[in-house]
Design a binder for this molecule. Structure first.
Ligand SMILES: [Zn+2]
Ligand SMILES: [Zn+2]
Length: 212
């Protein structure tokens, strides 16, 4: 497995290209910058087999139409709580596509396993930042979207956000076995063991100011 991180768009959102079998990949959160994303895929000889959305905020989905223009049947996996209704809530005053505008949107749920590109991604529901926020686990790597960041967590003050839900989701992640790598929706990578020790929201609750 090889993971390429692209940081795209006005909110510096992380998009991950996860290559399993050579030349085949999963795209997690095609955030923005469709032209650059297509160039990166092309120059690396990668064909995407699925788009996985950690949640429906528009800064994580803007390049989906660019990918589907190139690969019209590319499936887009999104938790139903974030597609399509949630998307219309979070426009923050900007133009953005909704999930209903995408082709081939597939709902996902807790425990589901998505197998593409020779990889299997397991769905963990981690609501709080949005009602449909999920974490994808591929091997020993967690793609946490805007739930868990390096020594921080996502905001819960957008429409549909919930601080109590967020605390339950973080606790759930903190209790996972081992020391998986954390690849968040914004900011640098980290590890779960490090966050258990240093992230105030995973230690005892309360602390810094959430962002993202
Ligand atoms: Zn978000
Ligand atoms: Zn975000």
């Amino acid at each position: 497995m090889q993971i390429i991180r692209l940081t795209l768009g006005a909110f510096e959102t992380n998009c991950y290209l996860v290559e399993g079998e050579p030349g085949r990949c999963i795209v997690i959160d095609p955030a923005d910058g469709g032209a650059r994303l297509l160039r990166e895929l092309g120059s690396r000889g990668l064909t995407p087999e699925a788009v996985l959305l950690t949640h429906g905020h528009y800064d994580h989905i803007l390049a989906v139409p660019d990918l589907q223009r190139r690969w019209p049947s590319l499936p887009v996996f999104c938790h139903p709580a974030d597609c399509p209704e949630a998307l219309t809530e979070y426009d923050m005053g900007q133009e953005f596509p909704t999930v209903t505008a995408f082709a081939n949107v597939q709902p996902i749920a807790e425990g589901q396993e998505l197998s593409f590109a020779g990889l299997t991604a397991r769905v963990l529901e981690t609501p709080g930042h949005t009602p449909g926020s999920v974490t994808f686990r591929i091997g020993d790597t967690l793609f946490t979207g805007d739930t868990l960041f390096y020594i921080d967590i996502g905001r819960t003050d957008f429409e549909g956000g919930s601080y109590p839900q967020m605390m339950r989701s973080l606790r759930r992640l903190a209790l996972l076995d081992g020391d998986p790598e954390i690849l968040p929706g914004h900011g640098p990578r980290t590890r779960l063991g490090y966050e258990r020790r240093f992230n105030p929201y995973l230690k005892n609750g309360g602390g810094g100011v959430p962002w993202g």
